[in-house]
Design a binder for this molecule. Structure first.
Ligand code: 5GP
Ligand code: MN
Ligand code: MN
Length: 324
């Protein structure tokens, strides 16, 4: 942690957070940093280190210190040092953005190409598979405990889709290998936190696939789930996490879109590209962000209008690519 060594040593009050609706990389990077700081910089417990994060998905709760997560926003004395992880813009921090704004120094560690540079210090590595990979580079390997290794490994597994997305590099694999040596258990983490689905998660996945449609000669696949259907199955947003990945691997598809109705005529948009289209550009245009091949945003309007507005941008990029 050489780069932030002095800041950490000087700080009495340190806060850590990640983005709203924490995914595997967000949850793990926050827990990995929390464990690393507690173990290596706070052995005498003289510092206050707080971890603020929205409630995490059930399969991640085995990670060490997940019981230390504080999910209720409280009026806190300003932090001397505040880490915002896996998050490219202030609004994505949800209620925790107020801690970030009040902190004496905010450090943003991230890998989103759409990063807005909202923090006092930004460490954004867009070609890194995950924020966990960025953190691994910051950490002193000799000081990574089994608990921290497990968290870092889980984050890398989730953001690379189990080492299959194009963000998986030789370096990513080497880091994952080292994390196994340090105590991470691949079979448990991959099966129990990534592939395993509850009965209802499988049912909803099936329904979303059944109701998917192809547009633009099969280059775009779209599916959506209404609020009513989510209530019927009694699912929370994280129950829908695998849907977009399954849509993306449909043969012939360039872009997959999944729309989750959050409120009347309000949709959370997930997009995945197979290479030609930069979906982060489309997400940023509609006020969101992400990576070139995986991005998202929130949009208002009828389902028809939302799909139409997204596909205009995608079609435009596909046509431009054809010209070259
Ligand atoms: P997902 O589709 O899995 O929710 O998100 C894909 C990627 O896009 C993630 O890296 C996520 O952080 C980013 N992303 C998703 N939704 C939003 C959004 O509303 N705003 C921003 N800035 N990024 C988003
Ligand atoms: Mn994330
Ligand atoms: Mn990430």
């Amino acid at each position: 942690m050489k780069r932030f060594e002095e800041d950490i040593r000087k700080a009495n009050r340190i806060g850590i957070t990640g983005h709203v609706r924490p995914d595997g990389d967000c949850t793990s990077s926050c827990l990995a940093l929390y464990n690393y700081l507690q173990e290596n910089y706070n052995a005498d417990r003289t510092k206050t280190i707080d971890l603020h994060l929205e409630p995490i998905a059930e399969p991640f709760r085995f990670l060490t210190s997940s019981n230390c997560i504080q999910s209720d926003y409280k009026d806190e004395e300003p932090y001397d040092l505040f880490f915002a992880l896996d998050c490219g813009s202030l609004d994505r921090l949800g209620a925790a953005q107020y801690y970030a704004m009040q902190a004496k120094k905010t450090v943003n560690i991230d890998h989103h190409i759409s990063n807005t540079g909202f923090a006092s210090v930004t460490l954004m590595v867009s070609d890194s598979s995950s924020t966990c990979e960025v953190l691994y580079d910051l950490f002193d390997v000799d000081k990574i405990s089994k608990a921290t290794a497990e968290a870092l490994y889980l984050g890398i597994v989730h953001d690379t889709g189990v080492f299959k997305h194009s963000n998986t590099t030789e370096k990513t694999m080497a880091i994952a290998g080292k994390l196994i040596t340090l105590g991470a258990t691949p079979n448990k983490i991959i099966d129990e936190t990534f592939y395993q689905k509850t009965f209802v998660q499988n049912q909803v996945l099936g329904r979303c696939l059944l109701e998917s449609i192809l547009l633009l000669d099969g280059k775009i696949i779209v599916s959506s789930i209404s609020k009513r259907a989510q209530n019927f199955y009694n699912v929370v947003p994280s129950d829908l996490d695998g849907v977009i990945d399954q849509l993306r691997i449909t043969k012939g598809v360039e872009v997959a879109i999944f729309l989750r109705e959050d409120d009347v005529q309000e949709y959370k948009v997930s997009m995945r590209s197979n290479g030609i289209v930069d979906v982060s550009k489309i997400a940023v245009f509609f006020g969101g962000g992400g990576h070139i091949l995986a991005a998202g945003c929130s949009m208002k309007g009828s389902l028809h209008d939302v799909i139409n507005n997204l596909t205009i941008g995608i079609e435009h990029q596909l046509k431009n690519a054809e010209k070259c």
